[in-house]
Design a protein around this ligand. Sequence first.
Ligand SMILES: Cc1cc2nc3c(=O)[nH]c(=O)nc-3n(C[C@H](O)[C@H](O)[C@H](O)COP(=O)(O)OP(=O)(O)OC[C@H]3O[C@@H](n4cnc5c(N)ncnc54)[C@H](O)[C@@H]3O)c2cc1C
Length: 453
Amino acid sequence: MLGPMTKLFHDAIYDPDRPLDSHWEASAGPMVEGCDPVDGDLTCDVAIIGGGFTGLSAALHLARDDQLSVRVIEAVAPGWGASGRNGGHCCFGGAGLDPTEIEEAFGEEVARANINTQREAIDLVEDLAVSNKLDIDIQGRGELCVAHSARAMEELRGETAMWKRLGGFDCEMISADAFRERAFDAPNVSGGMVFPFGFGVHPLKYARELARLAQRHGATIHGNSPVTGWKREGGRHRLITAGGSVTADKVLIATNGFTRDELHPAVDGCLLPVISEIVATRPLTDEELARHKYQVEMPLYDKRSMFAYFRVLPNKRLHIGGAGGMTGTPASKERWRSFLTKRAHTIFPEWKDAEIEYCWRGFVCLTRDHLTHLGEVPDDPGVFYSLAYHGNGVAMATWSGRAIAGVISGRHNRAIPATMTQPLKPFPLPALRKLRIYRRYGGRMMRTMLGMD
Ligand SMILES: Cc1cc2nc3c(=O)[nH]c(=O)nc-3n(C[C@H](O)[C@H](O)[C@H](O)COP(=O)(O)OP(=O)(O)OC[C@H]3O[C@@H](n4cnc5c(N)ncnc54)[C@H](O)[C@@H]3O)c2cc1C
């Protein structure tokens, strides 16, 4: 059996029986059928631990493209982790470094390859959705960054030049007047930048549709089956759950921010989960939307504040997410709920009367070098991982699930950027790794909370 679970946060955030209070859960429709817990001693070619975008995408591609027998072993239900709780911005991202930092560390070619991967990742989600008629509420085209000062506009001009130089594509800078015409009218908006790629989705619908698609192609998904033990039997791996076991030739670790340190030495102390929280208002009336002349469909993020991303959903609820605190206690959830509510009112003062009806949170996942990691464990053949999308995994976890499926089946038919194949290393003093959040984001978090950004 695995040793006692290392928990960096309060028990409440790990508890599957505690209601999430997520708007996505309330609107996603039926659960995925046929996700029976592991019962008895089962076998397969590839066992996948974790039923989020990574695990489900890997399962789909292994079952559909390689005809391997695949079992996804999920602690709760498909999409229960970050995949069913996020902002649903299917956009650029994956590493916690910007392209110029990647260029500095790995050179221009790798930075370009990394950018291409992010474009491919968005295309992959769209292609899966369109060609399989997935019902995932795609909304908008592109992504809009809002600037609240001349300095922020200047920074965005620099970003636009960087995307042109390294990515070869144009972002569109828009003035304050054009912003009001095309997006919304609110105080202190200095303009923005339209990024040409991305769209919004209903993330829990997407996770469930991906699970159904994987099932249709032959993958088996087991819910309510946390893996609590891992044994080697000959050259095979036996994963233990309460109801039985799954023995497989190969195992993929796809547990991201919910990974237990004890699951495997390759991940022990290597991942830093960070809480992100989201609030959603009641549906806004047409009259309320008109007060801010709100007319933009694409997802938005705010240059001024810590991780603030938002959009008005197709059902007219304002949805705004951001940082979510350091402890995970129920009391801290309430504090961040009121912080995000104030944030919403600062951006949209005319919507002060729109009550918050949902508030939920989950883990984004960081690594020591701020990079996504995927590959085979060097000293344990047959064990693979794909982890850490730094808060941007809707597209990138889908892409990485497909990429690691290619590595597992031996069909290396797609290039994987060198940023993703670096060795996964533990944090120094892993018990204290949470302090890294302060070190990297503390100043910005403090400025955001004090309203100084
Ligand atoms: C609040 C929030 C907002 C976000 N917003 C965005 C956004 O707008 N856009 C974007 O691109 N990304 C966003 N992200 C990040 C994105 O959700 C993640 O990067 C992505 O979902 C990771 O997918 P995954 O499959 O790797 O992990 P997860 O979806 O977290 O899945 C891991 C699964 O592993 C399971 N598991 C863990 N341990 C075990 C075990 N021992 N046995 C069995 N199962 C186990 C868990 O139950 C979980 O379901 C956000 C994340 C959060 C939390």
